[in-house]
Design a protein around this ligand. Structure first.
Ligand SMILES: NC(=O)c1ccc[n+]([C@@H]2O[C@H](COP(=O)([O-])OP(=O)(O)OC[C@H]3O[C@@H](n4cnc5c(N)ncnc54)[C@H](O)[C@@H]3O)[C@@H](O)[C@H]2O)c1
Ligand SMILES: [Zn+2]
Ligand SMILES: [Zn+2]
Length: 345
């Protein structure tokens, strides 16, 4: 089968690989019908993710059709249309019992990291019963690819951890797919203001269409002054970090109001300053999280009901044969205006 293989920092190729087989009784083999590329795949290609070693098939998002199941799989059978979660979960370990699937002792984020992933014609999914979700017939399968990772990430790490409430004020730093997913799902709670901050005018224009009440281009405007002007000098109740660099985490500390929450989503490779000398008395909370995908069934229902339209995040389409072009377009998002690219084997 064809698959996109990582060969160390800066190196990848589309090649012929053996089709995966059942290894454990809880496995399913899924024929991938749609997959995509995540910013995290670009982090891997930069060499930022040492757990991902050369020879690995990349990709942790996708939908497909079950091809074969191990003897212990009871929830799915061949022919079932399924959504693949980026997080594999046994459902039984101490962390899984607490809903912290991201820290499953025999799962977590392993797909396209420590085991072969979804940018291929077929993928082996461990703990299939608790790592796949059934897709109702008639659903827009392309749109559901957004539920493998980015929507649960924006919602769980940003909106839920940030305790967005009716009438509250929210700032989201970073209008990439993750920041936009937080923007879409924050609106479940009807906050009074959602201010999007980014350096990319195209993405800010998209954010406006997706429901941001205010946008701030921090390449030309001072985001602190802008947010203070919009909040009577108080700052926001929830400051969501959706970039993953020290400057934006530090900016969130300047945007959060007394009593507020800084909800970090970004993957950070460097230490960031924490201004406790100022914030100790401000009754704030700081949260971090690796997505658990524990809200995926709820998000799936909202999409099926038409309350959430994740297809709006899809900007480009490619076949698996052209996946190197897809990486190129996705990697130059500022020029190509790419958000999510759909790849079809
Ligand atoms: N916590 C988790 O479980 C989890 C899961 C998936 C992704 N992530 C992380 O979420 C982050 C966002 O992901 P993404 O795919 O949307 O990334 P992205 O790179 O597509 O988007 C980041 C956005 O931030 C903007 N930006 C960069 N520097 C900025 C600055 N100084 N000020 C304002 N805006 C700035 C960019 O213009 C871009 O639009 C990444 O760090 C990613 O690794 C975390
Ligand atoms: Zn991802
Ligand atoms: Zn577990």
């Amino acid at each position: 089968m064809k698959a996109l293989v990582y060969h160390g920092p800066g190196q990848k190729s589309l090649e012929d690989c053996p089709k995966p087989v059942i290894v454990d009784p809880g496995d399913a083999i899924v024929r991938v019908t749609h997959t995509t590329i995540c910013g995290t795949d670009l982090h891997i290609l930069k060499g930022d993710v040492p757990t991902c070693t050369p020879g690995r098939i990349l990709g942790h998002e996708g939908v497909g059709v079950v091809e074969a199941t191990g003897a212990a799989v009871s929830a799915f059978q061949p022919g079932d249309a399924v959504l693949i979660s980026c997080i594999s979960a046994c459902g039984r370990c101490d962390y899984c019992r607490r809903g912290m699937y991201s820290h499953c002792t025999t799962g977590g984020w392993i797909l396209g990291n420590t085991i072969d992933g979804t940018q291929a014609e077929y993928v082996r999914i461990p703990h299939a019963d608790t790592s796949l979700h059934p897709i109702p017939s008639g659903a827009d399968e392309e749109a559901l690819v957004m539920l493998s990772d980015i929507l649960p990430t924006g919602f769980e790490c940003g909106v839920l951890n940030g305790k967005v409430e009716p009438g509250s004020t929210v700032a989201i730093v970073g209008a990439g797919p993750i920041g936009l997913a937080a923007l879409l799902t924050a609106q479940f709670y009807s906050p009074a203001r959602i201010v999007m901050i980014d350096l990319d005018a195209n993405r800010l224009a998209t954010a406006r269409q997706f429901g941001a009440t205010d946008i701030v281009d921090s390449s030309t405007d001072d985001p602190i002054a802008a947010v203070m002007a919009l909040t009577d000098g108080r700052g926001v109740d929830t400051a969501i970090e959706a970039v993953g660099v020290p400057a934006t985490f530090e900016l969130c500390q300047d945007l959060v109001a007394p009593g507020g929450i800084i909800a970090n989503i970004g993957v950070h490779g460097h230490k960031a300053d924490l201004h406790l000398e100022r914030l100790w008395s401000h009754n704030i909370a700081i949260t971090t999280r690796l997505v658990d995908t524990v809200t995926t069934p709820m998000l799936l229902r909202t999409v099926i009901a038409g309350k959430l339209e994740p297809a709006r995040l899809i900007t480009h389409h490619f076949t698996l044969d052209d996946i190197l072009d897809a990486y190129d377009v996705f990697g130059r998002a500022a020029e190509t205006e790419a958000l999510k690219v759909i790849i079809t084997p």
